[in-house]
Ligand binder design. Structure first.
Ligand SMILES: NC(=O)C1=CN([C@@H]2O[C@H](COP(=O)(O)OP(=O)(O)OC[C@H]3O[C@@H](n4cnc5c(N)ncnc54)[C@H](O)[C@@H]3O)[C@@H](O)[C@H]2O)[C@@H](O)CC1
Ligand SMILES: Nc1ncnc2c1ncn2[C@@H]1O[C@H](COP(=O)(O)OP(=O)(O)O)[C@@H](O)[C@H]1O
Ligand SMILES: [K+]
Length: 489
């Protein structure tokens, strides 16, 4: 599990660890890890320069705090290995003094001037840089860079080589993942001790690029994480396996209430997702013509005209392509007293609070409608709104989008690390709903069912995109069994 903590937790853990170590040890651990990642990147080769640290051009963007200190100490290490290292200081009076002395002793130089960080020498250095190390702000930063730092970040993005952020991309909000003002857009972020929330939650996570973790020994001092992301081993452990004594009922039966005469395909896709999710049986509830279409694709499904008619199930997946005027059907599924996944049209028919274990799967537009806010506000403050809805409906919210977020009413949160923009295609949400519903039926909690389903669905999207640049939802569905098999082997 990738674990992310809030700034206050990181500060407390750092203080406890620092009390046991000689002064400066943590910064040296951080700087060594940062320099090692930069050296690795340089060794991988930048086409213009042939590769390696010796002779590489490195520019440090150095703010007023310890984040800048990390950058200076890492710069000193790279300079000792033969890199040409230039530092641009946003505040000449407040740059980390020991780090600056170490950089100078190693042969590095300062190319900014006290009046304005971005003079001609600094611009020249940036335009030639193979790597820019962003040490403007770390966990002590307020979101939104001030004008001079914002200009530095802009020029670095436009003119320099790779941007490597120290701990987190400067200017994002470390604790919420919001990025309301100017901020750095990094290719790689090297983070220390634990992931920061901003490294997992969009839009900040996108600005972090690829994240490398450096262990500085904080783990024993950290509390429970605030946000997690599953790793492959977690998914393997959570996916249901039939045991030797399994029968179809004990494996879990899922009821699917999806699709309509207007949207018959949604029923086929949701039922298909359900079939691959490991339930022992899938029962489909819907009008005859739609049920016939489902049966034509999935003869193993049992159908019935309505919720009561299909009989007992261990969970319901309701809503995908259901259309208008289906409130009574949704209410019947909710009244069954079993866990429920509610997607798409069902989200309009929810009671004010749910009294069964529930997983709601809105996209940003649907969540905006549920909460009576603007879609753009949901996009900008995804975690905030997902938490708000989880608490209001007493349900786990799986907020779909470029990165899927799963948040429980108790505030537990997971971010999905897999996926592809190719998933943004009509019907792929129906596949996810069926698959996650089946996991609910096998007994997974809404949090586990939602996060495992998002993980596998994301991988299926990646697999489908690798076969066809713009795959359809049916191709994502087709990729599910192979992904599940690979995760289980
Ligand atoms: N505390 C520790 O033990 C360790 C800290 N480390 C590094 O230290 C960093 C935290 O250092 P600091 O607490 O000094 O905080 P920062 O380096 O994030 O700097 C905070 C300072 O920047 C200024 N500032 C804040 N918001 C700003 C804005 N929007 N625009 C311009 N300036 C702004 C303020 O003057 C503030 O004092 C971590 O992110 C990490 O990189 C690492 O060296 C590991 C060990
Ligand atoms: N830019 C994106 N990158 C990755 N995944 C995305 C992106 N946009 C949407 N998705 C995913 O694609 C799926 C789309 O679901 P949804 O919006 O319900 O579509 P539909 O209702 O047409 O099925 C969700 O799993 C969502 O997380
Ligand atoms: K930074």
């Amino acid at each position: 599990m990738i674990r992310a903590h809030a700034v206050a937790d990181v500060r407390e853990a750092e203080a406890a660890l620092m009390a046991e170590l000689p002064p400066g040890t943590l910064m040296q651990r951080a700087a060594a890890g940062l320099a090692a990642v930069c050296a690795q990147v340089l060794k991988g080769g930048l086409p213009e320069r042939g590769g390696g640290t010796y002779g590489a051009r490195v520019v440090l963007l150095v703010g007023a705090g310890d984040n800048g200190g990390d950058a200076l100490w890492a710069g000193a290490r790279l300079a000792r290995r033969g890199a040409r290292v230039d530092a641009i200081l946003t505040r000449h009076d407040r740059a980390h003094p020991e780090g600056l002395a170490a950089l100078r002793a190693a042969g590095g130089s300062v190319v900014s001037d006290p009046a304005s960080p971005l003079g001609p020498e600094a611009r020249r250095a940036l335009s030639r840089a193979d790597i820019v190390i962003d040490g403007i702000l770390g966990i002590g930063g307020q979101a939104g860079l001030r004008a001079d730092a914002a200009e530095l970040a802009e020029v670095a993005a436009a003119e320099a080589g790779l941007v490597v952020a120290v701990d987190l991309p400067s200017g994002v909000d470390p604790d919420t993942g919001e990025a309301p003002g100017a901020h750095v857009h990094a290719d790689i972020t090297v983070t220390f001790g634990t992931h920061k929330i901003a490294l997992l939650v969009d839009p900040a996570a996108e600005a972090a690029g690829h994240v490398e973790f450096v262990d500085i020994g904080l783990e024993p001092y950290l509390p429970e994480p605030v946000v997690e992301a599953l790793e492959p081993g977690d998914v393997t452990m959570m996916l249901p396996y039939p045991d030797r004594q399994a029968d179809k009922y004990r494996r879990g039966v899922l009821g699917v209430l999806a699709g309509s005469e207007r949207y018959p395909g949604a029923a086929v896709l949701a039922a298909g997702g359900a079939i691959h999710g490991g339930a022992g049986m899938v029962r489909y509830a819907g009008p005859g013509a739609v049920a016939d279409g489902v049966l034509a694709h999935w003869p193993e499904i049992v159908t019935g005209p309505g919720v009561e008619a299909v009989g007992r199930v261990q969970a319901w997946a309701v809503g995908s392509g259901l259309g208008d005027g289906r409130g009574a059907d949704v209410a019947a599924a909710l009244a069954a007293g079993v866990p429920v996944l509610a997607d798409a049209d069902a989200l309009a028919y929810l009671p004010s609070r749910l009294d069964v274990p529930a997983l709601l799967t809105p996209h940003a537009g649907e969540l905006a409608r549920m909460l009576g806010v603007e879609r753009a506000d949901v996009e900008a403050r995804r975690w905030h709104h997902a938490r708000e809805a989880a608490s209001r409906w007493n349900a786990t919210i799986l907020l779909k989008g470029s990165t899927t977020l799963v948040v429980t009413p108790d505030g537990e949160a997971r971010v999905n690390p897999t996926g592809s923009p190719a998933l943004a295609t009509a019907g792929s949400g129906d596949v996810l709903a069926g698959f996650a519903g089946a996991l609910l039926a096998t007994g997974l909690s809404p949090l586990d069912a939602g996060s495992v389903a998002a993980y596998i669905h994301g991988m299926a999207g990646q697999a489908a995109a690798s076969r066809a640049g713009a795959p359809s939802a049916s191709m994502v569905l087709d990729a599910l069994p192979t992904v599940v098999a690979a995760m289980c082997s």
